[in-house]
Write a protein that binds this ligand. Structure first.
Ligand code: 6PG
Length: 228
């Protein structure tokens, strides 16, 4: 479903509140997957401004859909960005926050370690809410067009897109193990990527538009201020 909204950050924040309350009511916990990029930062500010003391945070578990293979203090770290912009202001127990580990040796070791972390904490349980972005080249998480990463099996993968450093990502299959998926797409700069990803086609090219390979168990929504 495509929801064209004036304020993507506010719509995304409201969705998180809704799914958190529903998940905790039904299962006693809320498992959310954050993405990187700049769009989520506005949602984080909205959440902190009005909901930093919400009771559900203490029952919230946080994962990342992808990460750059850099130390957490590096400016490119998705975990580092979320910690500064959101987590440091919330009462989420640190043992319920699961960053990808840079110190796990090489990128493949970091990917294997995260797969183990997923297995040990969730087994094959679905995430309750997964946020994803869309690059202007139509990548999502770190599944970049032209790399074939969208076809990778298993839970995690290492992607080396030209000029983008080394990336760690959940696979399309594991991302699809989500009750709800929300793609956050803001700005006219994403129009072409959004159109390429959502335009009806009999023969989807998953390597060119990786987001097409991602489905949700209950609801997949595109929150965007772009009117196609
Ligand atoms: C990353 C993200 C990436 C991001 C898109 C959109 O690590 O860079 O996970 O997939 O979501 O590039 O980024 P913006 O929100 O900045 O447009």
């Amino acid at each position: 479903m495509i929801k064209t909204v004036d304020n993507v950050a506010e719509a995304a924040g409201a969705l998180l509140l809704e799914k958190a309350e529903e998940s905790i009511r039904e299962r006693g916990r809320f498992v959310v997957v954050l993405s990187g990029g700049s769009t989520p930062l506005k949602m984080y500010a909205w959440l902190i401004e009005g909901h930093a003391d919400a009771p559900f945070w203490e029952h919230t578990h946080v994962f990342w859909g992808d990460e750059r293979f850099v130390p957490h203090e590096h400016p490119d770290s998705n975990y580092g960005a979320a910690k500064r912009a959101l987590l440091d202001a919330l009462p989420i127990p640190s043992e319920q926050v699961y960053p990808w580990l840079y110190g796990a040796g090489d990128p493949e070791g970091a990917a294997h370690t995260y797969a183990d972390t997923l297995q040990q904490t969730l087994a094959d349980a679905p995430f309750d809410l997964t946020f994803l972005g869309l690059g202007d080249d139509a990548h999502t998480a770190s599944l970049f067009p032209g790399t074939g990463a969208v076809f990778d099996e298993g839970l995690t993968t290492v992607v080396r897109p030209p000029g983008k450093g080394t990336r760690l990502s959940l696979t399309a299959r594991r991302l699809s193990r989500s009750r709800t998926i929300a793609f956050l797409v803001q700005g006219e700069g994403k129009r072409d990527a959004l159109s390429a990803t959502l335009s009806p086609t009999e023969t989807p090219d998953f390597d060119r538009t990786p987001a097409r390979a991602i489905s949700a168990q209950e609801e997949l929504v595109w929150l965007t201020d772009v009117t196609l």
